[in-house]
Design a protein around this ligand. Structure first.
Ligand code: ATP
Length: 248
């Protein structure tokens, strides 16, 4: 039913600078506990869709022209980004944003500052992040700017976890990372999903990896969602194999 949906995006149309129409009909939904992948070529509209979900388009002179975003049954299309974070809709932006002049641990803790958690709660969440990302525990006193790309991506994810997401939204976590590191990150996301029930919406150009770990996927082409289904069904389709998995 509609109520079991954690996130529903319906008929989204969006534009930048009143000129280029970036999205003209994006529909997707995610049930509690699911991992949903948003797939598509460079420029298909994945980032714009995720920014619309967190109401981050106005910051880039973009706007939603039509359509809606519902989170936990409420229309949040026009809610302030910070209030969405407080409500549990937390996004890790493209490009593994962390503060390079802060240590890994300071970056992680900064994710817990927006919520009203006590010190001991934040310490407990920090230990949980370290359990999922042992690499971050080893590097906790190192400045983030001196850690590897993979470690910076893990730090960005860990920081998001400190703000206690009910839905974690990730934009292209594989970007610029070696295949083994990408596997490591996706395996950890899957474990967070299984063990903590974390719901995840992840945009990826690496369709092969995304379809390995996601329950369902939605494919965007030129700003329109053209196909959606279970990851297993999509992986078996000839057109998906040819265009998104590089198989003949
Ligand atoms: P990528 O993998 O490159 O991030 P994407 O699927 O995420 O691709 P978007 O970044 O959402 O695609 O881009 C969708 C369309 O919107 C493209 O035509 C792009 O040129 C345009 N666009 C994206 N960001 C902006 C912006 N800040 N200002 C103007 N146009 C933009």
């Amino acid at each position: 039913s509609e109520d079991s949906r954690l996130l529903t995006v319906e008929g989204l149309h969006a534009t930048y600078n009143h000129s280029i129409t970036a999205l003209h009909g994006v529909t997707l939904s995610l049930a509690r506990g699911e991992i949903v992948a948003l797939l598509g070529a460079n420029g298909a509209g994945k980032t714009t869709t995720l920014k619309a979900v967190s109401n981050l388009l106005p910051a880039e002179r973009g706007q939603i022209l039509a359509g809606s975003v519902r989170f936990e049954g409420r229309d949040v299309t026009r809610d302030a980004p910070a209030s969405l974070v407080r409500r549990g809709l937390v996004q890790v932006l493209e490009g593994r944003h962390c503060f390079k002049s802060l240590t890994v641990e300071e970056n992680l803790v900064s994710g817990g500052l927006g919520r009203s958690g006590s010190r001991s709660e934040i310490a407990r969440d920090l230990e949980k992040v370290y359990a999922h990302f042992p690499r971050l525990k080893e590097k906790r006193r190192v400045l983030s700017g001196l850690t590897s790309g993979g470690e910076q991506q893990m730090t960005a994810i860990g920081r998001a976890l400190l703000s206690r997401p009910r839905l974690l939204v990730l934009d292209e976590p594989s970007m610029g990372l070696a295949p083994l590191v990408v596997q490591d990150i996706f395996r950890t996301l899957k474990r967070l999903n299984r063990e903590e029930g974390l719901s995840i919406l992840v945009a990826e150009q690496n369709s092969a990896v995304a379809l390995t770990y996601a329950d369902r996927a939605v494919i965007l082409e030129n700003g329109v969602s053209v196909l959606s289904g279970s990851a297993a069904d999509l992986k078996a389709r000839d057109d998906v194999k040819a265009f998104y998995l590089g198989q003949k």
